[in-house]
Design a protein around this ligand. Structure first.
Ligand SMILES: Nc1nc2c(ncn2[C@@H]2O[C@H](COP(=O)(O)OP(=O)(O)OP(=O)(O)O)[C@@H](O)[C@H]2O)c(=O)[nH]1
Ligand SMILES: [Mg+2]
Length: 424
């Protein structure tokens, strides 16, 4: 009996010793953990290679690197011991992309009631891009933002948030406008069922976006902006910093979608533009994009415009004498109230005439939706690399009502492979 117990004891000791050796070998052969490379770093999704995205688990594991003793723990062992309230420290989910930031901000005009629609937009912009770049976000409103709006939006934005109220002069009838005449126009447009035709606030919004957002005190410290509206979608990862692309390539204005404007909303906009061109020939760029705007050398407007609910642009250009003179000339003519001029044709005509062609940029790889149009990048290779979730058949670029083909032709750009299949 005693010798039997001794034998069992020897077996047990052997087994413990063997297990200890196995554990030593297996743990010393674990690879050293390297922090994940953010997929949205410039070059991370190079044109010739796909970099494997690190899932949230991997990224979370990067916090273990900071503590050398836990670096070799397998996630399966670590998980049950991680306190639930420490499981997802937001700052550790997404390491910042390397490289210097541009002096830039997102900007959103919104009402308090737009909260959940803008929350959706912010979340997409953050997930696809800004979580790695942490750019600021400026929110502007004609009324004070309430605490709930500030609380929710600031929790979603990875950069600093700023909330500003619009001064009354930038959101009201200027003194030279005949308000009775403006009211009669609205009534007429209401009867003709012109979209937003009877709205006063929509007109203030369009005038503010045309002439004032870039001069708001909160915007004065920035050089570039990216406009984001409620309920928009971003369908692809953004694998580089578009502000950096704008700055390094001296771009002043950019777009993803273009289309024709409803003629009923801008019957005299081109007459006003021509008046401005006669009065200020010094502001017209030599190598401008007139052929994007007009099919007869400037006689008439073909209604093409960049869709300004998305735009990344240079604020100093909008604050330049050329742009401000253009806006003030239009504003005096009264079409923001006597018609229903939108900021999209106003910005687009300005970009087309005041900028040289090579200062306007088309972002094919920023996949975007604002009801009812989609820009889904042409080219399957690109869509797969950028992990896009848009249906390529929805891409509006090459359809009949888009002006993007004109932009390509005017700039001598070759259309991406696959465009013909999307033109139907
Ligand atoms: N503060 C404020 N923001 C407004 C007002 N009207 C519109 N906006 C904002 O101005 C931008 C454009 O307004 P939208 O209602 O989206 O206009 P739209 O894009 O032409 O039309 P939709 O198809 O309805 O999106 C959005 O960012 C709105 O949140 C307003 O009265 N007050
Ligand atoms: Mg909108």
């Amino acid at each position: 009996m005693a010798s039997g117990s001794a034998r069992y004891l020897r077996y047990i000791l052997f087994a413990v010793f063997g297990l200890a050796i196995l554990y030593f070998i297996s743990s010393s052969s674990l690879p050293t953990y390297k922090p994940p490379v953010p997929a949205s770093r410039p070059g991370a999704v190079g044109l010739g290679s796909i970099e494997v995205e690190k899932g949230p688990e991997d990224v979370k594991a990067s916090s273990a690197v900071a503590k050398p003793h836990t670096a070799v723990e397998k996630p399966a062992q670590a998980a049950p011991t991680t306190p639930i309230d420490k499981a997802a420290a937001p700052n550790e989910l997404s390491p910042p992309a390397p490289g210097a930031r541009v002096n830039a901000t997102f900007v959103t005009l919104a009402r308090n009631t737009d909260l959940w629609e803008i929350a959706r937009s912010i979340r997409q912009v953050e997930d696809r891009f800004n979580r790695n770049y942490n750019y600021d976000w400026v929110f502007l409103n004609d009324k004070p933002f309430d605490d709930n709006f500030k609380k929710v939006t600031s929790s979603l934005v990875s950069g600093k948030t700023h909330y500003g109220e619009i001064p009354n002069e930038h959101w009201s009838f200027p003194p030279w406008i005949d308000e009775k005449k403006a009211e009669a126009v609205r009534e007429d447009m209401r009867q003709r069922k012109i979209i937003y035709g009877d709205s006063v606030s929509y007109r203030h919004m369009c005038r503010f976006e045309s002439g004032f957002f870039f001069r708001h005190p909160l915007m004065m410290n920035y050089e570039y902006y990216w406009r984001v509206e409620p309920s928009v979608e971003l369908f692809c990862d953004l694998h580089y910093d578009p502000f950096r692309v704008m700055k390094d390539n001296k771009k002043k204005y950019s777009f993803v979608l273009s289309l024709y404007e409803y003629v009923e909303t801008i019957p005299t906009l081109w007459e006003s533009t021509k008046k401005f061109m006669r009065n200020h020939p010094e502001h017209i760029a030599k190598d401008n994009s007139m052929s994007f705007l007009s099919d007869d050398g400037g006689e008439t407007y073909n209604k093409c415009h960049f869709w300004s609910n998305f735009e990344i642009g240079n604020l100093d250009w909008l604050r330049s004498n050329a742009y401000v003179d253009f806006f003030e000339s239009l504003d005096r003519d009264g079409g923001f109230f006597y018609e229903r001029w939108g900021d999209a044709p106003v910005h687009s005509i300005a970009a087309g005439l005041l900028l040289n062609k090579d200062e306007i940029h088309f972002f094919n790889d920023i996949a975007y939706y604002h009801v009812p149009f989609t820009h889904c990048p042409t080219g399957e290779d690109l869509r797969l690399k950028l992990r896009c979730h848009c249906n390529p058949q929805d891409n509006f670029d090459w359809k009949g009502y888009s002006c993007t083909s004109r932009f390509f032709e005017l700039n001598g750009m070759e259309k991406p492979d696959g465009w013909t299949e999307q033109s139907k």
